[in-house]
Design a binder for this molecule. Structure first.
Ligand code: AQP
Length: 345
């Protein structure tokens, strides 16, 4: 059996409005993985141009995501922080995967259906083939583990399907060239713990998202204490007091979401939070949530701002990260071309 180095890859799109869902569902969970894995954390700017590209702010949004990684505690000396477009092999491998993945597989992707909506004919080809690029992001580094929010589960399954089809279709040249009996690992998603899907503050059935037109739907990583307090105060609720047990969340998505946010921020379980607040009014709970959220997020948002104020430092970190990532990516691409039988004189 081919042995793979335990390696983590994940990314966040620099599409602005970086929010609590991105932080609790992904970025915060990246940090402890540094202890046991080689980690690559990417700012996926090629993904950010699949819908509504905005050259005026893409650079600044890219720095913002990098600043969030750094503020959360990612160590760029021992791990890799970089932006996707600085490693051209992402787009290159995505082309190969366009030729491996099947139309039927992409047609099943729910995120494309949601994002393209009724205007499918007018969606970019990039938005449609986005999951192939995501598979390339991960497999370029032969990553074995991918921490993501729950919404990315289907794309991770597709990545595994692509890896598996590649490994089977090209087994002859994989073996002939001494790459073992499997070229790509089948990466494991890490979707665990609290806040795997933080929901909109305005509608508990929709996920908190960067592109929601309502700013009140999300707490962003640049919100100050007043904005956080206001958004929590305005968050949608129902007329009942908080339930006493988890079963009481049935049919009450907003209650479940606010309690879930409290749990993720405090490190407690939902049951423990209900043990404390079950039977209380939302007014009482929202105040407690604000009192927790503001001081918990403040050190991170302050640090983020500090990094944003020193753009030269961020740019240098991205540059060095890009160089380290490219060294791995170039090797993989050379091998993939060999496996496909291409000449690279
Ligand atoms: N609401 C969420 N709860 C938990 N995790 C979430 N993630 C996103 N939203 C939530 C996770 O954050 C990581 C980065 O996401 P992304 O920026 O690459 O893409 P996205 O899922 O499309 O993010 P948004 O914020 O929802 O943007 P739009 O509005 O463009 O759709 C991923 O690990 C994701 O799972």
């Amino acid at each position: 059996m081919t042995k793979f180095t335990p390696r983590v890859f994940s990314g966040v799109q620099p599409t602005g409005n970086l929010h609590l869902g991105n932080y609790l569902g992904a970025i915060k969970k990246f940090v402890p993985l540094q202890e046991n894995y080689e980690c690559l954390y990417c700012v996926v700017d090629l993904h950010a141009i699949t819908a509504n590209p905005n050259p005026e702010i893409l650079g600044q949004n890219t720095r913002e995501v990098a600043a969030a990684y750094l503020a959360a505690g990612i160590d760029p000396k021992n791990h890799i922080i970089f932006n996707q477009s600085s490693v051209p092999q992402h787009a290159e491998l995505a082309w190969f995967f366009n030729c491996v993945a099947r139309m039927g597989w992409l047609n099943r992707m729910t995120q494309f259906k949601e994002k393209a909506g009724k205007n499918k004919e007018n969606a970019s080809v990039g938005l449609y083939s986005y999951p192939n690029l995501m598979a390339a992001d991960i497999l370029l580094y032969k990553a074995t583990h991918v921490p993501v929010g729950d919404d990315q589960k289907q794309h991770l399954e597709l990545t595994r399907d692509i890896a598996q089809k590649f490994n089977i279709d090209f087994i002859k040249t994989i073996e002939e060239n001494g790459f073992g009996d499997q070229y790509f690992p089948l990466p494991e998603p890490i979707i665990a713990g609290t806040a795997t899907r933080v929901m909109s503050l305005r509608d508990g059935s929709k996920k908190m998202s960067k592109s929601d037109p309502s700013d009140y739907s999300r707490i962003t990583m640049t919100d100050d204490a007043d904005a956080i307090a206001l958004k929590i105060r305005k968050a949608k609720t129902d007329p009942e007091p908080l339930p006493e047990t988890i079963e009481g969340f049935e049919g009450r998505p907003e209650a479940k979401n606010l309690v879930g946010i409290y749990s993720a921020l405090s490190g407690k379980s939902d049951a423990e939070v209900l043990g404390e607040f079950g039977g209380e009014t939302f007014a009482t709970f929202k105040k407690a949530l604000t009192d927790l959220a503001v001081p918990t997020l403040e050190p991170i948002t302050k640090k983020m701002q500090g990094f944003m104020d020193d753009q030269a430092q961020i740019d240098q970190i991205l540059k060095e990260g890009g160089e380290k990532a490219r060294a791995i990516a170039e090797e993989t691409m050379k091998e993939v071309k060999t496996i496909f039988g291409m000449l690279h004189p």
